[in-house]
Write a protein that binds this ligand. Structure first.
Ligand code: IPM
Ligand code: MG
Length: 358
């Protein structure tokens, strides 16, 4: 029997609530399936750790998780610590050195969930956004001088490498090719950003020749927001820069009914390092500790984790269980307009896992 080593990093806010639910569900699947097991190591890194140790994770933190098969991550963010410290000290401190350059964000309107877009039903909104996750606007290049003086100046330079752009666009074409519609939209802002974004467009045209069966088009990011709202059926797979896709994926999650549902995979496709799976929603301090966080984003991320491990039947079983539960409004948490608690949703998904063959 395979025993996967899983690193669980709940982080801050509702991260702790949803990750313990996620681990419970993964363990239920393993016991149902019998063919594999999880050995889960918990890491208490994040804002509280920072308050005790002055850093978000230990200096050798990455070495402690480098050999794990996958990472399940909650969220980083703390009301008493500036956001750029929590982000760079934990999430980016894992994503970037582990070269998790492909951030994959599926969006669908799940059964029982209502899109704020009138007339949009299941299947009409079925997208995957591929976010470049290693460079671009999140490269960390820039500086700040003359703080406190009227001469103060600051720069954030986005940096794009040909190798970085080629690999993410190739990844997106491959993903588009694996989906029934074989449709890819390459998003840039190459009218205003006339250097790197023009390079994106050129590289996209080059890589497209490797995928003659994929239909692709280009879109400026501002026009893309409009297309997502006005013509959601026309979109399938999308690739965009780190920041553009960050923004588009929040819009996508909202159009699919709730940020509480949306999952992410931070993939190192070459598998030189572990990949990391996390709900998109963040730490949500306004509802932390209340037991009402929606665990569906974490469960869907766990589906992606299982797919990455090659446990396709278990991934399908979990996705089916999730869909069965979202279809029932009794299991909607307050973000979906319901009254269910995290534990209700988790128990219902575990029940559905055990009965998934019925
Ligand atoms: C996301 C989030 C993060 C990001 C935040 C928490 C820094 O918005 O995963 O989309 O911008 O990458
Ligand atoms: Mg975001």
């Amino acid at each position: 029997m395979k025993a996967y080593k899983l690193a669980a990093i709940p982080g801050d806010g509702i991260g702790t609530e949803v990750i313990s639910a996620g681990v419970e569900v993964l363990e239920a699947l393993a016991s149902r399936d019998g063919g594999f097991a999880f050995k889960v190591d918990q890491f208490d890194w994040g804002g509280e750790y920072y308050k005790r140790h002055g850093r978000m994770m230990p200096e050798n933190g990455r070495d402690l998780i480098r050999k794990h098969d996958a990472i399940l991550f909650g969220s980083a963010g703390h009301p008493e610590i500036p956001d750029h410290i929590t982000l760079w000290g934990l999430r980016l401190a894992i994503c970037q050195p582990f070269d998790q350059y492909a951030n994959v964000r599926p969006t669908r309107v799940l059964p029982g969930i209502t899109s704020p877009l009138r007339h949009v039903v299941d299947k009409e909104l079925d997208w995957v956004i591929v976010r470049e996750n290693s460079e671009g606007e999140y490269a960390g290049v820039g500086g700040r001088v003359h703080q406190g003086s009227p001469l103060e100046a600051a720069t954030d330079v986005s940096m794009f490498t040909r190798a970085g752009v080629e690999r993410i666009i190739r990844f997106a074409f491959k993903l588009a090719q694996s989906r029934p519609r074989k449709l890819l939209t390459v998003v840039t802002k190459s009218n205003a950003q006339r250097h790197a974004m023009v390079m994106w467009d050129e590289i996209a045209a080059e890589i497209a020749r490797e995928f003659p069966d994929v239909t692709w088009d280009k879109m400026l990011v501002d026009a893309m927001t409009m297309r997502m709202v006005m013509k959601p059926q026309s979109i399938d797979t999308v690739v965009a820069t780190n920041l553009h896709a960050d923004i588009l994926s929040d819009l996508a999650a909202a159009l699919a009914g709730s940020l509480g549902i949306a999952p992410t995979a931070n993939l190192n496709p070459e598998r030189a390092f572990p990949s990391m799976f996390e709900p998109i929603h963040g730490s949500a301090f306004d509802i932390m500790g209340k037991g009402i966080a929606n665990p569906i984003g974490t469960f869907w991320s766990a589906v992606m984790l299982l797919e990455h491990l090659g446990e396709k039947p278990a991934a399908d079983r979990l996705m089916k269980a999730v869909e069965k539960v979202t279809a029932d409004p009794r299991f909607h948490t307050p973000d979906l307009g319901g009254k269910a608690r995290t534990t209700d949703v988790t128990a219902a998904v575990i029940d559905a896992i055990h009965g998934a063959n019925d």
